[in-house]
Design a protein around this ligand. Sequence first.
Ligand code: RP5
Length: 162
Amino acid sequence: MSDPKIGIIMGSQSDWATMKEAADLLDTLGLPYEKRIVSAHRTPDRLWDYGKTAVARGLQVIIAGAGGAAHLPGMMASKTRVPVIGVPVQTRALSGVDSLYSIVQMPRGFPVATMAIGAAGAANAALMAAGILALQDDALADRLDAWRAALSDSIPQEPTDD
Ligand code: RP5
């Protein structure tokens, strides 16, 4: 199998329950990825190395999830031109609003594509990554279209009581 084009990174093991939503969706779409714990605060050298080597290693999208003082996505965006999709992990103290604000408010010049807080954001990050790669991969585009159509088909016309 070729080297993965998608990197899923997260600030802590505790983020994995959320970021697994992205991984599971990539599995469903047949998209290989690597997953790493890379903390902006606890392992800054690891962050720097990851960003410095991302292009050369063939990464095309980085999905970065973090919570609280969630500096990982923005710092990664500062280190590589590979597009970074940020996932604000839901926190206990402030319900993830802290994570969201930490990720979304980037200064001009270094964008992070910021998703919704929590599991839905992680899943959408995978779909966003798939959409980007599908621009140059017709087979993936077909799989993504089919996934989207199946989701639409699964929505009932009428609500039920339970
Ligand atoms: C952040 O701090 C991580 O992204 C995580 O969401 C949060 C808490 O980390 P742990 O204390 O659970 O390792 O860096």
